[in-house]
Design a protein around this ligand. Structure first.
Ligand SMILES: C[S@@+](CC[C@H](N)C(=O)[O-])C[C@H]1O[C@@H](n2cnc3c(N)ncnc32)[C@H](O)[C@@H]1O
Length: 322
């Protein structure tokens, strides 16, 4: 049976296309300014302690790559995974702003009862929280381990959760340019909005981005470091310049580096003190690129929020005493 492509008769899509053509802003668009300098903080502490010290609705994007009890390292072992995860998921919901986004990296690698995985997290969010699931993104890569007793794994998932349906989303910032040949035929397709076609394609929810090889120049030494490209796409699409981004499983601090480069503020924490060394290497690498931007590294959350508030004057964040 043929399944019709209804995108050209989707009324929400038609309304957005019409608004774009008439240069009318969507109700979720934000009048942001581009800051001259941004703030960043990396704390060496447990995620629950950090979350509890953050004010309600003070964060615009939460981007995390949690441990899943896979015994990959000392930090990757919890007796009852979902009981533990529920504690940070509930706190994450509280600190997220109403237009905020949360993304969680993971997989569906369930092996035994003590393991955690994205399925458990989705189940918890769906049944025990008010989070809404917007997309499950398939991160597909061609490079990976070989296998003999099962099909070699070549994808991981990223879930995108929001608190309301008024979430911030900047598709234009992450559109993928058409090749010259495809652009020509796309411009002839009457179902497509020519302005959008010129801006590029929706990257869809299947992203082919290579994993970091052992000898990748991006590597700073963390065993599960994520590629800059995938973090950048998420930061650009789901937050705006000078927004507050939170990564409470920072690892090497890939999120922090991308936030500096993309002019967002970033709060990070990790229980592993080595995070600081990894992050220092990220900053060193960043300084050799044209993406380096001025930023201030804060020691306390009070300083972090005070400096952001001073820049805006109108931000709702209360400085926290820490
Ligand atoms: C999967 S790694 C994150 C890697 C990171 N995305 C990167 O690109 O480098 C997860 C990190 O969570 C940290 N971690 C584990 N349990 C934690 C906890 N309770 N609080 C804060 N950090 C924790 C680990 O030390 C580890 O560095």
């Amino acid at each position: 049976m043929a399944i019709h492509n209804k995108s050209h008769s989707n009324s929400a899509l038609m309304t957005i296309n019409k608004m774009n053509s008439n240069h009318i802003k969507h109700k979720t668009s934000v009048d942001f300014h581009i800051p001259g300098v941004t703030n960043c903080i990396l704390l060496n502490e447990d995620c629950i302690d950090l979350l509890k010290s953050l004010p309600d609705e003070s964060v615009q994007l939460i981007l995390i790559d949690p441990p899943y009890n896979l015994d990959l390292a000392g930090w990757d072992t919890y007796e009852n995974y979902i009981d533990w995860a529920a504690r940070w998921l509930d706190e994450a919901y509280r600190v997220l702003s109403k237009s905020g986004n949360m993304v969680v990296f993971g997989g569906t690698q369930f092996q035994d009862v003590k393991s955690g995985d994205l399925i458990e997290i989705i189940y918890y969010c769906r049944h025990k929280t008010k989070f809404r699931l917007v997309n499950t993104i398939i991160w597909y890569y061609k490079n990976g381990m070989s296998a003999h007793r099962y099909f070699a794994n070549r994808h991981e998932e990223v879930i995108w959760l929001t608190k309301t349906d008024k979430y911030y989303f900047d598709l234009d910032s992450v559109r993928v340019k058409y090749s010259e040949k495809d652009l020509e035929s796309a411009l002839k397709d009457k179902r497509l909005n020519p302005d959008n076609v010129r801006k590029g394609k929706n990257p869809t929810n299947v992203w082919e981005i290579g994993r970091l090889n052992g000898n990748s120049l991006e590597r700073v030494g963390h065993p599960t470091q994520k590629p800059l490209e995938i973090i950048r796409r998420l930061v650009k699409a789901l937050s705006y310049p000078d927004a507050v981004v939170l990564d409470f499983f920072a690892g090497s601090g890939t999120t922090g580096r991308v936030c500096i480069e993309e002019k967002r503020n970033c709060i990070m924490c990790d229980t592993d003190a080595e995070s600081r060394e990894y992050f220092a290497r990220h900053l060193e690498n960043m300084n050799h690129t044209k993406l380096a931007q001025p930023f201030v590294m804060n020691d306390t959350l009070a300083d972090f929020f005070r400096e952001i508030n001073e820049r805006f004057g109108d931000l709702d964040n209360e400085a926290v005493n820490k």
